[in-house]
Design a binder for this molecule. Structure first.
Ligand SMILES: [Zn+2]
Length: 414
C-alpha cells in the first residue's frame, strides 16, 4: 500500500449514529421498520442517504432504475469503479439491519478513506439498490445494472403493473430509460456487500464473520392435482379421486425427499388452494405453489427432476392427474474466489474468526456476480431471526464487519 492505512478503522460511533437515525425512518411499534421500495418511507430514507453523502463531500449519483450512490473519485477519470453496497428498502415490519447495515457501512468506509486523505487508484461507489426485497420486483436495481431490466418487464403482459409504473414515475424513474442503467462490465472492478446472515450458523458456531462462497439458486413451481368432486358421505374410499390427498402426500414426501437426498437443499410449500373448497365435497382440484433452493446449480436441477417425478407418483397413487408449471428459476451463484481470499486476508489481519458460508437468501451480490467479481461478508444474526422486528446483530459484529469491509476495500484499491 502506497499510503500507510494498515490500521485504519471505521468511526463506529458515527456509523452507529447513522444506523439509529435511519432506523427512525419507517419505524414500527415493535422496534422494526417498514420501508417498502418506492414508498414514502423509502424515498425519505433515500433523501436522508443523499444528505449524508453530500455532508461527507462525496458526489451523489442516481441512475435510471433509481439506484442511489455516493462516489469517491480516483484521480484517473478512466479508472474502474469498486462498487460497495446493499439496500435501504425492507419487507413490511422488517428488521433494522437487513440491507441497511451494508449501505451505511459502505458509506462509512468511503467517508473514512476520504477524511484520511488516502487516494485509492479506483473510483469507489457506495450504492443503495432499488427494491431488493421485491415489493414490486425483487433485485430490481442490481438487475438494471447488469442490463436485465427494460420497459417490457413493467408491461402488463403477465401481471397488472400499473401501480408499479405509477410508483416508479413518482420516484422519477422513467420507463423508456430503464435499460440505460446497464453498466459496462469493463468499467467495474468488482462488487462487495456486507449483510446480516439471516440464519443461525455464525451465531451458533460463534464466528465473527462469514465469507459467502455460494448463493442459493431457487426454482418455483405451480402444481395442480386434478381429481373429481364427489359426495363426501356416499363415495367409498376406493372410489375417490381426492385431489387434496394427492397434494398433501406430495408436500410431506417432498420435504422428506429433500431432507434425505439433498441435505444442502430446502423446500417450502406455503400456498394451497382447493376447489370446490367445501367441507362436504371430495376436493376436485388442489393447487399449490412450491419452491426449492440449493447452493449448487446441478443439484438444484436434480431436485427439480426428482420433485416433479414425485408429484406424478403421488398423483398416480391417488388416481389423479397432475399439471406442473415452472414459474421462476434463478441459478445458484459461486462467488468470486479472488474476492473471498481478499476478505479472508482482511479477517486475518483483524484477528477475527471467519468461515466460508453459503447464503440461503437472495442478494444483490448474486446479480452483480453475473457480470463482475462479487464478494459478500456476512454478520451473525442473533438466533437467525430476520424479516422480523426482533432481528438483531451485536454492534460489536457490525463494527468488525465494517472494519473487514474497509480493509478489503483498501487491499483492493490502494
Ligand atoms: Zn437484504
Amino acid at each position: 500500500m502506497a499510503t500507510d492505512c494498515s490500521n485504519l478503522h471505521v468511526n463506529s460511533e458515527r456509523l452507529r449514529a447513522d444506523f439509529d437515525a435511519l432506523s427512525e425512518i419507517g419505524a414500527t411499534v415493535g422496534g422494526g421498520v417498514s420501508r417498502l421500495a418506492l414508498s414514502n418511507e423509502d424515498l425519505e430514507a433515500r433523501s436522508w442517504f443523499a444528505d449524508r453523502i453530500e455532508e461527507a463531500n462525496l458526489r451523489v449519483k442516481d441512475d435510471e432504475v433509481g439506484n442511489l450512490s455516493g462516489l469517491l473519485s480516483a484521480d484517473d477519470p478512466d479508472a474502474k469503479t469498486l462498487m460497495i453496497g446493499s439496500h435501504l428498502d425492507t419487507v413490511p415490519n422488517g428488521g433494522r439491519y437487513d440491507g441497511a447495515i451494508g449501505v451505511l457501512a459502505a458509506l462509512e468506509c468511503l467517508r473514512r478513506i476520504k477524511e484520511t486523505g488516502i487516494k485509492p487508484r479506483y473510483h469507489l461507489e457506495a450504492i443503495d439498490f432499488t427494491d431488493e426485497e421485491g415489493t414490486w420486483k425483487s433485485l430490481f436495481g442490481s438487475s438494471g445494472i447488469v442490463g436485465k431490466i427494460s420497459a417490457n418487464d413493467i408491461s402488463d403482459n403477465l401481471h397488472d403493473n400499473m401501480a408499479f409504473r405509477a410508483a416508479l414515475y413518482r420516484a422519477g424513474i422513467m420507463l423508456p430509460e430503464l435499460q440505460n442503467a446497464r453498466r459496462d462490465p469493463a468499467s467495474i472492478l468488482g462488487f462487495l456487500e456486507l449483510h446480516i446472515e439471516q440464519g443461525k450458523t455464525l451465531h451458533e458456531q460463534q464466528f465473527d464473520i462469514g465469507i459467502v462462497d455460494r448463493i442459493v439458486g431457487r426454482t418455483t413451481y405451480n402444481v395442480v392435482f386434478y381429481g373429481e368432486a364427489a359426495h363426501a358421505g356416499t363415495t367409498t374410499a376406493d372410489e375417490r379421486h381426492d385431489a387434496l390427498q394427492g397434494a398433501a402426500a406430495f408436500i410431506i414426501a417432498a420435504h422428506k425427499r429433500v431432507a434425505e437426498e439433498f441435505p444442502e437443499g430446502v423446500t417450502n410449500c406455503g400456498h394451497v388452494s382447493v376447489t370446490p373448497d367445501s367441507f362436504n365435497v371430495v376436493p376436485a382440484e388442489a393447487s399449490l405453489r412450491i419452491e426449492f433452493r440449493h447452493p449448487d446449480t446441478d443439484s438444484l436441477k436434480d431436485m427439480e427432476a426428482r420433485l416433479i417425478q414425485l408429484a406424478q407418483d403421488c398423483a398416480g397413487t391417488y388416481r389423479l392427474r397432475v399439471a406442473t408449471e415452472r414459474v421462476m428459476h434463478r441459478g445458484a451463484e459461486r462467488m468470486s474466489g479472488y474476492l473471498a481470499r481478499q476478505i479472508e486476508n482482511a479477517c486475518r489481519a483483524e484477528g477475527i474468526r471467519c468461515t466460508p458460508i453459503a447464503s440461503y437468501s437472495g442478494h444483490n451480490a448474486q446479480i452483480m456476480n453475473q457480470m463482475v467479481p462479487a464478494g459478500m461478508i456476512f454478520l451473525p444474526s442473533v438466533d437467525g431471526i430476520s424479516h422480523n422486528p426482533r432481528e438483531f446483530t451485536d454492534w460489536r459484529h457490525v463494527e468488525i464487519g465494517a472494519n473487514v469491509l474497509l480493509r478489503t476495500i483498501l487491499q483492493l484499491t490502494v
